[in-house]
Design a protein around this ligand. Structure first.
Ligand code: 5GP
Ligand code: ZN
Length: 112
């Protein structure tokens, strides 16, 4: 989608440090990390928010969750664990309206 910062990253029009990619999902480091490891996991197809998702988007968002598992294994957190966060809408702290999981790991992440 035009004017979406994450769609521009997916299209490789904006640079990002990619950590994981498959046919449905891209994951890249957050530009302002709030934990020692802070990666954003996004569907390649533009979905604005959980608040705007349709039933047909459920599989795509499930692929994002599965990508979190893969990312956790690849980065050495399969046993230690990590935190996944999804901000939804203005009062949920969502700033970028392309749905994403925050993958937070590497120490205390409860305040992140
Ligand atoms: P939200 O508050 O919408 O859940 O989170 C948006 C996140 O996207 C923030 O943590 C912010 O640092 C990150 N972010 C915003 N713009 C960019 C960008 O251009 N590149 C990257 N890598 N992260 C971004
Ligand atoms: Zn987008």
């Amino acid at each position: 989608m035009k004017d979406c910062v994450f769609c521009r990253i997916i299209a490789r029009e904006t640079a990002a440090d990619v950590e994981y990619e498959d046919d449905a999902v891209l994951a890249f480091r957050d530009i302002y990390p709030k934990a020692p490891v802070h990666v954003l996991i996004v569907p390649k197809r533009h979905i604005a928010s959980v608040m705007a998702m349709e039933a047909a988007d459920a599989e795509t968002l499930g692929r994002c969750l599965y990508a979190a598992r893969k990312l956790g294994e690849a980065k050495g957190f399969a046993e230690r664990g990590y935190r996944l966060r999804v901000n939804c809408g203005p009062e949920g702290g969502q700033v970028v309206y392309h749905v994403h999981l925050h993958f937070l790991a590497g120490g205390r992440t409860s305040g992140a």
